[in-house]
Design a protein around this ligand. Structure first.
Ligand SMILES: [Fe+2]
Ligand SMILES: [Fe+2]
Length: 395
């Protein structure tokens, strides 16, 4: 017997037959039983308003499922972005610019000892999460835009974007996604208290300098505590340099002593730091950063979470550059839901002729002869990535 209910009435154990009303384009490719709260939250975030449920297949609340619960979220529902990349990119560009300005203002306030109104970054990260919910690819692309000498501003913004995307991928609740986005945005705020000679040193820090640098975690958590940031976020921020083997800082916490959010932020923070261009060295390709995370898990990073992070951003992440076997350079703009090595890319440069070509979209799943040869960086080919991006992508 079929019945249409609003999403607010959906409970674990109910058997979903189809979607009755929605804002986005989520598709149910086969029917299934809802087995936990996270699936319900995911459906809400995807804009589902009402569903058709099959009452004859509904389990009473206290009866365990005799069959393995079907997972409409992970297995049977194919998620499609709510809005197109083209429509979301202009919002993402504006958000990215606003994020950098806001980060700069926050750092200035901390440096001068002025109070911070946390409602402002909170509202900003809410808008960030909404953009990711509509179409994550737009903001994910923006994480690859790096301005010279803007590492501190861009890094915290990128960690917020990547962490929010990671959090929604592992099916955390709406509130938890928001919490992680804000924690990411504020995680390195204590760095403004570190002397410039150490913070911007064009090279490796010696042991003494490293000890000074480590204090940014203490300064950051202290200031944020005074501003009234909730305890759970202080903990996440305080743990972003902790490592499972106990060789992190500031506490040298080990294994289970580090929270789930602390483990997640550690992965994202390391990934962004490795891929960022610094004044003394160009960033590594995303693939190399993912390899490092894999090599260092389970010793330093949670192996399961690293795997989930790689699954979520893909081995060729959106916004990263790849060299194709036809001697062209392209930017990844969309993951293939199943075939990780066959994303949709935008071709824009010819290696053979050393010149830019008219940007054209190419679906590698549909072109059997063209394949990705390797991940590359803009600096390897002396490409002005930011110029290309503003002319060909952020139109
Ligand atoms: Fe840090
Ligand atoms: Fe960081």
């Amino acid at each position: 017997m079929l019945k249409t209910i609003p999403i607010e009435e959906l409970c674990s154990g109910m058997y979903v037959d189809s979607i009755a009303a929605q804002q986005g384009n989520l598709k149910i490719t086969s029917r299934g039983r809802v087995s936990n709260e996270q699936q319900i939250n995911h459906l809400k975030r995807q804009g589902i308003k009402a569903l058709v449920i099959d009452l004859s297949k509904q389990l009473p609340n206290d009866e365990p499922a005799s069959e393995p619960p079907l997972s409409p979220v992970e297995e049977n529902i194919e998620s499609q972005p709510e809005v197109s990349f083209e429509d979301e990119i202009s919002v993402a560009v504006a958000l990215h610019n606003k994020g950098k300005t806001l980060q700069k203002r926050l750092l200035e306030s901390v440096s001068k000892g002025f109070p911070i109104d946390l409602a402002i970054p909170e509202e900003f990260t809410q808008n960030l999460v909404s953009s990711i919910d509509r179409n994550p690819n737009a903001l994910l692309c923006m994480t690859k835009i790096r301005e010279k000498d803007s590492y501190l501003l861009e890094h915290s913004l990128n960690v917020a974007i990547l962490l929010a995307n990671f959090a929604s991928h592992v099916e955390l609740t709406e509130e938890e996604v928001q919490e992680l986005a804000l924690s990411g945005f504020l995680h390195d705020i204590g760095k403004i208290k570190i002397p410039d000679a150490i913070l911007h040193k064009p090279g490796r820090l010696d042991e003494q300098e490293m000890n000074v640098m480590r204090d940014h975690v203490y300064y950051g958590t202290k200031v944020l505590q005074e501003m009234g940031l909730p305890k759970s976020m202080i903990r996440t921020i305080g743990e972003h340099h902790e490592r499972l083997d106990g060789y992190g800082y500031p506490e040298g916490a080990r294994g289970d002593e580090i929270s789930l959010f602390g483990r997640m932020i550690a992965i994202v923070d390391t990934y962004d730091a490795i891929t960022a261009d610094r004044c003394y060295k160009p960033g590594m390709p995303s693939q190399k950063a993912l390899q490092i995370l894999l090599q260092d898990s389970p010793d330093k990073y949670d192996a399961e979470l690293v795997k989930k992070f790689i699954k979520c951003i893909g081995i060729f992440p959106v916004g990263s550059l790849v060299k194709l076997n036809n001697e062209k350079i392209a930017m990844v703009i969309r993951q293939h839901p199943v075939h990780a090595t066959k994303p949709v890319v935008k071709v824009f440069y010819s290696v053979r002729g050393s010149h830019y070509v008219k940007p054209s979209e190419l679906d590698l799943q549909k072109s059997p002869t063209v394949k990705i040869e390797k991940a590359v960086t803009a600096s390897e080919y002396k490409l002005d990535f930011n110029k290309y991006f503003s002319e060909a992508i952020a139109i």
